[in-house]
Design a protein around this ligand. Structure first.
Ligand code: PBG
Length: 325
């Protein structure tokens, strides 16, 4: 035998040893389950481009959230699906305390008080323009006018009992503005998970199908980040940190592991990653065709997020992953 002092394979020689030298562990506590809410009752409507995902009416969602809590998932992130007739230019329903989404937040908190409820702060689910911000007559997205609406939306959600607000809109200065408004109104304990580095991505397609929220005109390039850029994410992170974000998020996930890793090096704040709808759909589709081993690829993907530096993962695989963790 050739003398070789270093033989990395020695640490891989048995399952027991491999498990002792394992650097990254994925667990149920790392997972945040995104879920879709619709108006009405007794609704559990499958989403065609996201097999295994549904739009739930609140009564059904309560059962689902109970099941997720029992599995050990600590947080759900709620997204509303509105009918077109409920949408308008100012996203009015987002600030209506009696609207079904706000009611869903409080009902889930009542039914499963320990479950962390994260709400989505952005105009697009409620906007007749399908944009995350206010659109003027020339088609411009008005930043500061949007902030007023986002702040009102945030207060409404905080008042409904949301534990964590997730501004997903990418307007400048929204974290600071929302933080100030929350504090002024006595919501100093409502957390902000900022979508810090949210890229303008084609991986959001199935989500926009689920919400029917695609922009009616134009695209989201003037507010979401250009995927050619990485340093810009550091700038966004620095701003969010200064403005009082509690947790920073990178989105999408798999194509942006470098961004996650860079932020991990730069910020002491907890980091989240959003394993988005298109990433989910791609794995599901390949699995259905028998071209990939879906569960194995799912676990490899989720582990990669942790290895790259994520503390928590928003993933439509949350429930399914529990079968293996
Ligand atoms: C919009 C929003 C999007 C997602 C979450 N919030 C899509 C978009 O920016 O158009 C995408 C999530 C996913 O694809 O899973 N505020």
């Amino acid at each position: 035998m050739i003398h070789q002092p270093s033989r990395p394979r020695r640490n891989r020689k048995s399952g027991a040893l491999r498990s002792m030298v394992q650097e990254t562990r994925l667990s149920r506590q790392d997972l945040i389950a995104p879920v879709f809410v619709v108006n009405g009752s007794q609704q559990k409507i499958p989403i065609a481009s996201m097999p295994g995902q549904f739009r739930f009416s609140v009564d059904q969602l309560v059962d689902e959230v109970k099941a997720l809590w029992d599995l050990g998932i600590p947080c759900v992130s709620l997204f509303p699906c509105l009918e077109d007739s409920a949408k308008d230019k100012k996203a009015s329903k987002s600030c209506d305390p009696d609207h079904f989404y706000q009611k869903a937040i409080s009902k889930i908190k009542q039914a499963v008080p320990k479950m962390l409820v994260m709400s989505d702060v952005a105009m697009d689910p409620y906007s007749s323009d399908g944009h995350d911000g206010y659109v003027d007559d020339e088609g411009n997205i008005l930043n500061d006018k949007t902030l007023e609406i986002l702040a009102q939306m945030s207060l409404t959600q905080a008042n409904s009992g949301a534990d964590i607000l997730g501004p997903s809109d990418m307007m400048d200065g929204r974290i600071g503005f929302i933080r100030e408004c929350l504090d002024e109104e006595g919501f100093s304990q409502t957390s902000l998970m900022s979508y810090t580095a949210k890229y303008c991505s084609s991986f959001y397609g199935p989500f926009r199908d689920a919400l029917d929220s695609a922009p009616k005109a134009g695209d989201k390039k003037t507010y979401q980040m250009d995927y050619h850029n990485a340093r810009e994410a550091l700038r966004e992170a620095e701003l969010d940190e200064g403005e009082g974000a509690d947790i920073l998020m990178v989105k999408p996930g798999l194509a942006y592991l470098d961004i996650l890793y860079r932020l991990r090096e730069e910020t002491p704040l907890p980091l989240a990653v959003f394993n988005v709808s298109g990433e989910y759909a791609a794995i599901k589709a390949a699995d259905e065709k028998g071209w990939l081993d879906g569960p194995a690829v799912m676990l490899e993907t989720l582990t990669a997020f942790k290895r790259a530096g994520a503390d928590m993962i928003l993933t439509y695989f949350a429930k399914e992953a529990c079968e293996f963790l």
